[in-house]
Write a protein of this length. Sequence first.
Length: 309
Amino acid sequence: MAFFNHLARRSFAQSAAMANAIKNVTVIGSGLMGSGIAQVAAQTGHNVTMVDIDPVAVEKAQKRIGASIARVAKKKFGEGDDAAKFMNESMSHLKTSTDAVASVESADLVVEAIVENLKVKKELFSKLDGAAPAHTIFASNTSSIPIAKIAEATSRLDRFGGLHFFNPVPVMKLLEVVRIPETSDGTYEAMKGWGKAMGKVTVECKDTPGFIVNRLLVPYMFEAVRLVERGEASPRDVDTAMKLGAGHPMGPFELMDYVGLDTGKFIIDGWHADYPDEEIFKPSPMLEKLVADGKLGVKSGEGFYSYKK
Ligand SMILES: CC(=O)CC(=O)SCCNC(=O)CCNC(=O)[C@H](O)C(C)(C)COP(=O)(O)OP(=O)(O)OC[C@H]1O[C@@H](n2cnc3c(N)ncnc32)[C@H](O)[C@@H]1OP(=O)(O)O
Ligand SMILES: NC(=O)C1=CN([C@@H]2O[C@H](COP(=O)(O)OP(=O)(O)OC[C@H]3O[C@@H](n4cnc5c(N)ncnc54)[C@H](O)[C@@H]3O)[C@@H](O)[C@H]2O)C=CC1
């Protein structure tokens, strides 16, 4: 028994060491999720480089992070010097760039949070694979794409996994840590350890559609749209019903607007393509039209609801 305790202690120590070895974090994508992941990594003392192809997106992200860190600081320290110190210290850990290749040169971990498109994700990781150091762990924040399909663009399958955060990242405590068969134990332990260093509660996931939360949440959200498409209730009443009847903080339509209708469409289109006979993965004409009209939810000012001031 002592031998196995020794092994357990050693593997825990190894994973803690590997997680502690994750100091330099590069986040690719500075949208809703990338900016949140970069913010929390900076708040928890990591050296963070946040990257985007779109310089305007980087600028917007810096503003979003500044406002969000102010809310976190106020919640933690109230007003005054400690809050200001927390904000300044957090922001001092954050750099931005539009050069993804240069940004991974000394990365211990790369977290990708770009558009939910397999081709674009694979192109990015293939490019980074040749630029990042051999020890660097690659992880995707994808909502729905199989990690294995993304990882096959690289030569580091043993150092590849999924780190699936939840929106808004500074608030939602959960982190889904996904492994593919080739993910080494050391990599997996390091990813879980880093999640804890980020202040998250981690759950272990296999590389299955939607991992845990989205496999349950996305079909629920699309069933809500189908209920409205059948004329059985209004979006507002469905949201009220789920908040007051099921205790959800947001109803499904508010949540889809919050997540982004484009992201919702990317997810369901991917699953429908892979599982064409699965009823609950069927796309929604109502959502298709909104996305086609550029109504992407909060991020575009209008989705199921209007957010124009
Ligand atoms: C699609 C995927 O792949 C996976 C996903 O992410 S699925 C989506 C998962 N996310 C959810 O389900 C979110 C559900 N909604 C909620 O939890 C809440 O509505 C919410 C946290 C977003 C907002 O909470 P709320 O009570 O309605 O409003 P609000 O008062 O603004 O915020 C509550 C607290 O969170 C904090 N907060 C909210 N948004 C924040 C942000 N962006 N940054 C920092 N703090 C924030 C606020 O400081 C606030 O705390 P105080 O009131 O003490 O200051
Ligand atoms: N929106 C949500 O609630 C959640 C989304 N996710 C996942 O996170 C990822 C990002 O989603 P969002 O942040 O919502 O998207 P978003 O649209 O807000 O941000 C995506 C960002 O990626 C940038 N980008 C696109 N291609 C790029 C490239 N090749 N190199 C660098 N930057 C590039 C875009 O300019 C944009 O700023 C997606 O995979 C999504 O499925 C995961 C959890 C929750």
